[in-house]
Ligand binder design. Structure first.
Ligand code: HEM
Length: 395
């Protein structure tokens, strides 16, 4: 089992720890891709893989590159290998369908309009819009009563807190807090499951309880773990997608005018935001066998970090990779991963991103970053986003 501190250490890549590369790590990542495409980092005791083709090959091959972390607690899809992964994913797919997601569109629009109408002529994008939106959506999807929403937000915040690169001690503390929160969430969802057992509703928890394949159903523990995973995997990532979209709209303000005139372009714009400023920049695996990647021998049991943030800017795959092209097509970025663990929530994240930007451009014009304020990036080599983004706008 991997010790917490060892894991904390693996996340801390020195090259990404300067203030400049926290705000924009992609120059450093591209340099590493060119100079040392596949390397072993002695400090972090893991491999780094940067080129598109190698990252793709690793994510495509769960047999050679395992997602299992060996932790017995909180077993969930992300950390499972086939055949167990396959069984569980098929079952949750029955409840989490693209159609069920698409039906949420009008409600997401209402929530986005509501949040924007509460903002004055100045708002903090993260605090006032990008953070609350996905939490409200997921709690409605799961069927959490609105009276419990504030607990829910706090729990959700604790779950993602550990994404930051921290000292060993701080990491251990956060892990303990996180275990406590997982315990509270488990009790909470067990309560919801009991209620739905006697009185099913039109929500995801009820659908998960009913999902069945050849007589197999999800256990109570599997449903609870899945609900917790949705909070951990879905909220901060979507917040960062929305914040990163705002960022590019203020960095290249002509995009605001172009997208407002032609909203049909918003879906390809969102894909390009995902490629250009991916909310997740790295994905970890463990080699199951000795294997050659890019001329290096990776040994069985070695930790491997694949750098999606570098692969997405690889000139052998994307023309003009450091330019933002709102119409880029095809756009085979790997920001939602690739292969069997491809993000289950991608249709929901895309829909939320689309509606957030569409609503924004209907209500707000001339969006500008407030000058002179410090922008604080999330301190992480795994998650890419900002902690604050103050803007002004005209309604
Ligand atoms: C898996 C990114 C939003 C649920 C993943 C993976 C990535 C990712 C890279 C693959 C991890 C791996 O291969 O180890 C993102 C990004 C998002 C986002 C960038 C937002 C822009 C969401 C949302 C949900 C969600 C909204 C659900 C509400 C999941 C789940 C998995 C996953 C359940 C595990 C799938 C599996 O292991 O089979 N996500 N995600 N994600 N994501 Fe997302």
């Amino acid at each position: 089992m991997m010790k917490g501190s060892k894991f904390a250490n693996m996340l801390r890549m020195t090259e990404l720890e300067t203030p400049e590369s926290r705000l924009d790590p992609f120059g450093v990542l591209s340099q590493l891709r060119r100079e040392s495409p596949v390397r072993f980092d002695e400090n972090r005791n893991c491999w780094d893989v940067f080129p598109y083709e190698d990252v793709h090959r690793i994510l495509k091959d769960p047999k050679m590159f395992s997602s299992a972390r060996g932790a017995a607690a909180n077993q969930n899809l992300l950390f499972m290998d086939p055949p167990k992964h396959h069984q569980l994913r098929d079952l949750v797919n029955k409840a989490f369908t693209p159609r069920a997601i698409q039906e949420l569109a009008p409600r997401i629009r209402d929530i986005a309009e509501d949040l924007l109408s509460q903002a004055g002529a100045e708002m903090d994008v993260v605090h006032d819009f990008a953070a609350p939106l996905p939490v409200i959506v997921i709690s409605e999807l799961l069927g959490v009563p609105s009276s419990d929403r504030h607990h829910f937000k706090q729990w959700s915040d604790v779950l993602v807190e550990s994404a930051e690169d921290l000292s060993d001690e701080a990491f251990e503390q956060i892990m303990q807090k996180r275990m406590k929160t997982v315990g509270e969430l488990t009790d909470y969802f067990q309560g919801i499951l009991k209620e739905r057992a006697s009185e099913p509703k039109d929500d995801l928890v009820s659908a998960l309880m009913q999902a069945e394949i050849e007589g197999e159903k999800l256990s109570e523990q599997e449903i609870v773990n899945f609900c917790i995973l949705l909070l951990a995997a879905g909220n901060e990532t979507t917040t960062n997608l929305i914040t990163n979209s705002f960022r590019i709209l203020t960095e290249q303000p002509q995009l605001q005018v172009e997208l407002a005139q032609d909203p049909g372009v918003i879906p390809t714009f969102i894909e390009e935001v995902l490629r250009y400023y991916p909310p997740i920049v790295s994905i970890g695996r463990v080699a199951s066998e000795d294997v050659q990647i890019g001329g290096s021998l990776i040994r069985k049991g070695d930790q491997v970090i694949t750098w999606v943030g570098a692969a997405n800017r690889d000139e052998s795959k994307f023309t003009d990779p450091d330019a933002f092209h709102k119409l880029r097509k095809p756009n085979p970025h790997m920001s939602f991963g690739f292969g069997i663990h491809f993000c289950l929530g991608a249709p929901l994240a895309r829909l939320e991103g689309h509606i957030a930007i569409e609503t924004l451009l209907q209500f707000c014009h001339d969006i500008k970053l407030v000058p002179g304020r410090e922008i604080v990036p999330i301190q992480s080599s795994f998650v890419f986003g900002l902690k604050n983004y103050p803007v002004t706008f005209e309604s």
